[in-house]
Design a protein around this ligand. Structure first.
Ligand SMILES: [Zn+2]
Ligand SMILES: [Zn+2]
Length: 374
């Protein structure tokens, strides 16, 4: 029994309840040993975990989860990667956090030794998935290459944890990775400079957080495009100056009209639509920048001549690198925007399959579905 800073006691049992992935779409509730934190690791009691679109991908197709160098099916693997909780045990040498601290976790610890990790691009670690047997290079990505948080406890590298302010709810704290991903997209484009214009295409969780983040950084105007008016209304609440329903208006024409024919400086593409890059290039001004945060499942034709002739830069991002989650948390802590707007549903731990179903089928217009464990 350990005493925490809040004089709370944390009895750590030997086993815990955890959901594991058997065949595709087959999650099963089982018992697992509670993991031990190694050097530079912390055992976190999971208090809340949000469902991400990538969880749904993993359940159906396996990738991008990679367990022991291959498919994650039938390996006793636990998904879930957007989580927060309470520090209950510290690994050797950890003094950055105390027992009882509330923390939220970003996904990728990286290996810390490859060229990309050393550059801060740990979401693009060259040793991705190398954490087993004689290929153990210390890489971790929660719920992707190691066990995730649809479980009562999870172990995490100290470099991925962020303190949660007392006044922030558990549910809101699970949204930091989403906001951090949007922040990373803006970083990768060279950083958003106040007064520049941006279009965010696709009002999913990342797109909506992209709107909030861009507005907080001083973008003007912030334009959001999408197909659902309910989502576009949320975008307005999060800071969109203009919203365009692409079923009612041509987004390229409308954006050119709003920018006096010039187009926007930045496009953050979050729709994954097959023609999204071509449209983004048409709504970007000459010399402008596009960041792809979503992608279509099939290869798509791209008008390269338009990109080259107009000196348009195209970036892709994977996840939430360069400590963007820490900066996202700073914005959320300062209440620069209300991330809780995108949290629509909460389910208990026993109902993880229902939570996933709500997210997948967007039942009752679900956006961010959170599983509350304690
Ligand atoms: Zn995610
Ligand atoms: Zn690495």
């Amino acid at each position: 029994m350990k005493q925490g800073k809040n004089n709370q006691n944390y009895d750590i049992p030997e086993t815990m309840k955890a959901w594991v992935l058997d065949d595709p779409e087959q999650l099963r509730l089982t018992e697992k040993p509670v993991p031990e934190p190694g050097p530079a690791e912390i055992l976190v009691r999971v208090d809340a975990v949000a469902v991400c679109g990538t969880d749904l991908e993993i359940l159906s197709y396996g990738l991008p989860a990679i367990i022991e160098g291959g498919s994650p099916f039938n390996k006793n693997y636990t998904p879930g990667h957007e989580y927060m909780g309470t520090v209950v045990k510290l690994g050797r040498g950890v003094d950055d956090f105390q027992i009882g601290d509330r923390v939220t976790a970003e996904v990728h610890a990286g290996c810390g030794r490859c060229e990309r990790c050393r550059e801060g691009m740990y979401t693009s670690c060259s040793n991705y998935g190398m954490n087993y047997g004689d290929k153990d290079k210390g890489h971790r990505a929660n719920g992707f290459t190691t066990d995730g948080a649809f479980a009562e406890y999870a172990v995490n590298n100290v470099n991925t944890l962020i303190h949660v302010p007392d006044e922030m709810s558990d549910e809101e704290a699970t949204l930091v990775v989403t906001a951090g991903t949007a922040m990373y997209g803006l970083d990768v484009m060279g950083g958003l400079i106040a007064g520049k214009s941006i279009a965010v295409t696709g009002p999913g969780p990342i797109g909506l957080m992209g709107v909030a983040m861009a507005k907080s950084l001083g973008a003007q105007p912030v334009i959001l495009t999408g197909t659902r008016n309910s989502r576009l209304d949320m975008g307005k609440k999060l800071g969109a100056d203009q919203v365009i329903n692409v079923r009612e208006e041509n987004p390229v024409d409308k954006i050119l009209e709003l920018t006096k024919g010039k187009g926007v400086h930045y496009v953050l593409e979050c729709s994954g639509a097959s023609n999204a890059l071509n449209e983004a290039a048409q709504m970007t001004n000459r010399g402008g920048r596009i960041c792809l945060a979503a992608f279509p499942h099939e290869p798509v034709p791209v008008d390269l001549a338009n990109l080259v002739r107009n000196n348009i830069y195209v970036y892709g991002i994977r996840g939430e690198g360069q400590s963007a989650t820490h900066r996202a948390m700073a914005f959320m802590e300062q209440k620069r925007f209300d991330a809780t707007i995108i949290h629509t549903h909460t389910f208990p731990f026993e109902d993880v399959p229902t939570a996933l179903k709500y997210a997948k089928e967007r039942i009752e217009d679900a956006i961010k579905v959170v599983v509350k464990i304690t």
